[in-house]
Design a protein around this ligand. Structure first.
Ligand code: ADP
Ligand code: MG
Length: 427
């Protein structure tokens, strides 16, 4: 037990949680951190712990109860070695499967009374079947497929390992792609009752930073911006009376892309994040007659910047996690597209196909990656490719009335992923 009361006693009981050396050791280290704080000198180990730590070289130290000074440093080092080994193994797995993932999420049918044209295979979690108008069937395969019954938590469980790698110094990009109304915003942002990937991610990042307290020090900050008609707007600048200052992409001295002047707000906990997201959404809707309409025609980007410091070796990292709710991918009919609407849809087409081109070039390990073809890909350049991790959610509707757009989205995602023959190789 680790409550205040027992901490004030001289003897602490350590019980094993899973019988593995690492979690126990970690617990002991956490305790010894507290022990130093509280100047408690003794740790009593239960017999079970003694057994499971038998093979560990620091075993004698553990038994002899002195977890301070040099012995403590030894344990700490051992723990860090083990965790970096674990990280290395994890990355080997990633290497094998590649750094690009595509998840498909199908929303539930709405009340329109229209039939579903998507079948899910109960024995597989990564395939789906679309029934076309001529009754022919098309099979699609992704890294994971979420059906209408899969809730926000189920989606987050699969997303978690990717997003949390930002704390290990990786740049990560997550996109929600699809026709308007298919649940892009639901997946990323969610609702106050069913919070999405954005909030859950920050919650998890804070949880892990807490857990690593003592070995790693982290600073988290958040930026929120919108790309509309190839113009960048800061969503954390709440000043409706003045026109927002124009933001541009600049190349920093180290070759990475920066957006000078973009607000980076320090966040200390999930409350701060929730407030920030609310501000961003408020700013986003200012100046538009219909918030939903506009939001489907612009890309909304949430950027989490992580500054990490390894307290043992002093190594510092700075990495970005981008959580992107893309503009609606639907094609605009020739008749409705004129004037402003036509211009908008051209910008959207251009940036979405630029994104598709970049990801498929990365997936096919093409030498030339065409980052410069849109603001979106240019801005994300340092977070796309190399050992950066990319995840795209392709959102679809099961409704027969959306069949055409559904096929377009699934084909786009398939091309991006490089499965099914793979994309045409660019030299
Ligand atoms: P998009 O951002 O792609 O235009 P939205 O996220 O706004 O789509 O979703 C449209 C509507 O459908 C919203 O009311 C949303 O709450 C609902 N919705 C979308 N996906 C789901 C889902 N998986 N479960 C329940 N409701 C959903
Ligand atoms: Mg939306």
């Amino acid at each position: 037990s680790m409550d205040e009361n027992s901490m004030s006693h001289e003897i602490l009981q350590v019980s094993p949680d899973q019988g593995h050396t690492l979690p126990i050791l970690k617990k002991i280290l956490d305790l010894s951190n507290k022990i130093q704080d509280l100047k408690i000198q003794h740790v009593a180990l239960s017999d079970e712990v003694k057994q499971t730590t038998e093979s560990f070289p620091g075993n004698d130290v553990l038994k002899s109860v002195q977890l301070l000074g040099a012995e403590y440093e030894l344990l700490k080092r051992k723990y860090l070695d083990e965790s970096s080994e674990r990280r290395r193994l994890y990355n080997e797995v990633i290497e094998l499967k590649g750094n690009i993932r595509v998840f498909c999420r199908c929303r539930p049918l709405n009340e329109s009374g229209s039939a579903s044209v998507i079948n899910f295979d109960s024995s597989s979690d990564n395939e789906l079947q679309v029934i076309c108008t001529d009754s022919s069937k098309k099979q699609y395969k992704f890294d994971h497929v979420f059906g209408p019954e899969d809730n926000q938590e189920a989606v987050f469980q699969q997303t978690k390992p990717i997003v949390t790698s930002v704390l290990d110094g990786y740049n990560v990009c997550i996109f929600a792609y699809g026709q308007t109304g298919t649940g892009k915003t639901f997946t990323m942002e969610g609702t106050p009752e069913q919070r999405g990937v954005n909030y859950r991610t920050l919650e998890e990042l804070f949880r892990i930073t807490e857990e690593r307290h003592g070995t790693m020090k982290y600073e988290l900050s958040v930026s929120m911006l919108e790309v509309y008609n190839e113009k960048i707007r800061d969503l954390l600048v709440e000043n409706s009376t003045q026109p927002t200052k124009k933001l541009e992409i600049k190349q920093a001295a180290d070759g990475t892309q920066e957006v000078p002047g973009l607000v980076e707000a320090r966040v200390y906990g999930t409350e701060d994040v929730w407030e920030m997201l609310k501000t961003g959404n408020r700013v986003r809707s200012v100046g538009s007659t219909c918030a939903n309409e506009l939001s489907s025609r612009s890309h909304c980007l949430l950027r989490v910047t992580v500054m990490g410091e390894n307290l043992i070796n002093g190594q510092r990292t700075r990495s970005h996690l981008w959580l992107v709710d893309l503009a609606g991918s639907e094609r605009v009919g020739k008749t409705e597209a004129e004037g402003e609407r036509l211009k908008e849809s051209q910008f959207i087409n251009k940036s979405l196909s630029a994104l598709g081109d970049v990801i498929s070039a990365l997936a096919s390990k093409s030498g030339h990656i065409p980052y410069r073809n849109s603001k979106l890909t240019h801005m994300l350049q340092s977070s796309l490719g190399g050992d950066c991790k990319t995840l795209m959610f392709v959102q679809v509707s099961p409704s027969a009335t959306d069949l055409g757009e559904t096929l377009c989205s699934l084909n786009f995602a398939t091309r991006v992923r490089g499965i099914e023959g793979g994309p045409a190789r660019k030299q």
